[in-house]
Design a protein around this ligand. Structure first.
Ligand code: ITT
Length: 215
């Protein structure tokens, strides 16, 4: 982030490097994970609600999560115009699971595909396939009224042969991170997941930019 962006983020929020961040997402699991990660950097995170409701994004059909994240960020800024949140720092994030042998499917369509075919549907698509490399990717964008910064994160792993674990959300019970000990993300507690996740990496990147010393 440029110094001008950083100072605007700081002055628009708490006046210090500790920020109160509003996460515009309908997915409360993302909020919990972001809170855990960003609390370590001194920031607080809460879910953005307007008139008691979370934002309902219209997501563009796009091959890249970057494009979807930019669209969400612009929509979120539009939603807060004329509300008490107009000057707030707003976080959005788009993420997904990219499976190598399926040419990156479900990628940007991860949320939709999970709803339609579920975890078993993905395992069925990979039946008899030994090549099971996949990665989670996230793009996080933090914006103020006038400017924004973005960071990406990845978490590389493999798709399991069965559904294991009840923790996390989404594809966690079929995703085995390479940095772990062979358990799926669905078997990791929130603290364990937050140490290796794509979301953590994207958010840590944002936090490091915010905390860069000013010139
Ligand atoms: P918002 O758009 O409202 O933020 P969403 O859940 O629809 O919520 P995305 O469009 O970014 O979010 O979809 C990401 C999907 O990718 C998510 O619903 C999961 O199915 C999957 N996913 C992303 N990160 C994940 C994670 O850490 N663990 C498991 N699945 C994940």
């Amino acid at each position: 982030m440029t110094d001008s962006v950083r100072s605007r983020v700081e002055s628009d929020t708490t006046g210090s490097e500790k920020m109160e961040i509003l996460f515009a997402t309908g997915n409360s699991n993302k909020v919990s994970e972001a809170s855990l990660v960003l609390a370590k950097f001194g920031h607080t995170v809460s879910q953005l609600k307007i008139d008691g409701k979370t934002l309902d994004f219209s997501e563009p059909q796009a091959d890249e999560i970057e494009e979807v994240a930019i669209s969400k960020s612009l929509q979120a800024r539009d939603f807060v115009v004329g509300t008490n949140f107009e000057k707030s720092a707003i976080l959005v994030e788009d993420s997904g699971l990219f499976i190598n042998s399926l040419n990156g499917f479900p990628g940007p369509y991860s949320s939709f595909v999970k709803r339609k075919i579920g975890l078993q549907g993905i395992l069925d698509l990979l039946e008899n396939k030994d090549e099971r490399v996949a990665e989670y990717r996230a793009v996080a964008i933090l914006s103020t009224k006038n400017e924004s910064i973005s960071c990406r994160g990845r978490c590389i792993g493999k798709i399991s042969r069965e559904i294991i674990g009840e923790m996390g959300f989404g594809y966690d019970p079929i995703f085995i991170p390479d940095e772990g000990d062979g358990r799926t993300c669905g078997q990791l507690n929130p603290e364990e997941k937050s140490q290796i996740s794509h979301r953590m990496r994207a958010l840590k990147g944002l936090s490091e930019i915010i905390n860069l010393p000013s010139k």
